[in-house]
Design a protein around this ligand. Structure first.
Ligand code: KG4
Ligand code: ZN
Length: 357
């Protein structure tokens, strides 16, 4: 029997330092042997957001022992590793550079191939770590930096159907949390506060709800919340605002996802309709519930990574590394860190002031 590939994945694009070893089982399905994540929440808490310089320093301090722990936890020997895959973008260059340089040096010292991975492709492929998932599928990627609908036709073959024209959904959650006085990172806290609130208490705007295809916009929502927070006094009002905010996000996603289904079907004509939801915000249980129901209504199979693989991790980076390794798609050691690296390179840049839809 031929040796199963053993891939080391490294992630350092933002505020998580992570390393993972994955392989394949006898059926050819991916298997996670170790998955080590060290979050920097405590480093950035007092600043209310990620401070790039501090994040990079923290990655530098931790990367060696995180990789060592991933190898130790997996039970393999260092020289059994077949390839090293590091996130090369998108993200903060000072942060990316740590994992990227470490990965290149590690691969060189083992005389094994190096693979540069797009962090977003890691999220896109993350459900494959737990279940068999063949191309094509529709992807909703909802994280702190991105909110996009994409047709995933194959490895490295994406067609963007819609994107946010301003804030990402995770960003909207985090900003709302900050306005409500919740500590960074606030997204998961909003979900907890919302449980105690009345979702119908506040009526919030739904920017570009009836135009712009399945593009998204959340900046107007944040402005409306800012106005309301100036008037609220009690905890109950805070809970109500968190619940109303989450409900508004869910209504926007319901409508835009329905539109994305239609576009996906027109474009791909898939034999089996599959909808993958990935990225940090995919951990939100109310959003999951709504999307699962919508999939049932529309004849889609709904696919979510397990909660622990929704946020940033290195197993998803190793997953992309594994697919590229099998196709012998290796990268050179001069591969740069890319702050911007869209999955669909042909899609128009739609962010910033002046975007008209
Ligand atoms: O994918 P991720 O870990 O990092 C990026 O690549 O951005 O996503 C982090 C984002 C943050 O904005 C965080 O607040 C949000 O995901 N998030 C949530 C939840 N858990 C994480 N937002 C809403 N509800 C949650 N349960
Ligand atoms: Zn991410």
């Amino acid at each position: 029997m031929s040796k199963k590939p053993l891939i080391l994945g490294i992630e350092s694009s933002c505020d998580e330092t992570a390393a993972s070893i994955i392989t394949e089982n006898n059926q050819g399905n991916p298997m996670v042997l170790s998955n080590v994540i060290s979050s920097q929440v405590d480093v950035h808490k007092e600043f209310g957001g990620v401070v790039p310089e501090l994040a990079a320093r923290s990655h530098l301090e931790k990367i060696d022992w995180i990789v060592k722990k991933a190898i130790d936890d997996s039970g393999i020997k260092i020289d059994e590793i077949d390839a090293v895959a590091s996130t090369a973008g998108p993200g903060l260059v000072v942060c990316l550079s740590v994992g990227l340089s470490f990965g290149k040096a590690f691969a060189t010292s083992l005389d094994k191939p190096f693979i540069a991975v797009n962090h977003l492709e890691g999220h896109a492929l993350s459900p494959k770590l737990n279940l068999e998932l063949n191309y094509p599928y529709l992807l909703l990627l909802i994280s702190g930096g991105h909110s996009q609908y994409l047709s995933v036709k194959n490895l490295n073959k994406y067609k963007r159907l819609g994107t946010t024209i301003d804030d990402a959904i995770g960003e909207a959650f985090d900003k709302t949390a900050k306005l409500l006085g919740v500590e960074f990172p606030g997204g998961p806290q909003i979900e907890i506060l919302a449980k105690k609130g009345d979702p119908n208490k506040y009526s919030l705007p739904k920017p570009i709800f009836n135009k712009g295809g399945c593009n998204l916009s959340f900046a107007g929502l944040k402005t409306a919340i800012l106005k309301i927070t100036k008037k609220i006094k009690t905890d109950q009002e805070k809970f109500d605002l968190a619940a109303s905010f989450q409900k508004t996000i869910i209504e926007i996603l319901y409508k835009k996802t329905k539109m994305a289904f239609k576009e996906f079907e027109n474009q791909i004509k898939p034999e089996e309709k599959k909808f993958v939801v990935a990225g940090g915000v995919a951990a939100n249980k109310e959003i999951r519930k709504m999307l699962i129901n919508l999939c049932e209504e529309e004849g889609y199979k709904s696919i979510f990574p397990p909660i622990e693989l929704c946020g940033d991790n290195a197993a998803m980076i190793a997953m992309v590394g594994l697919e590229k390794f099998k196709l012998k798609q290796f990268d050179n050691l001069d591969y740069p860190a890319k702050p911007r690296w869209p999955l669909d390179e042909d899609a128009a840049f739609l962010k910033g002031a002046g975007v008209k839809l």
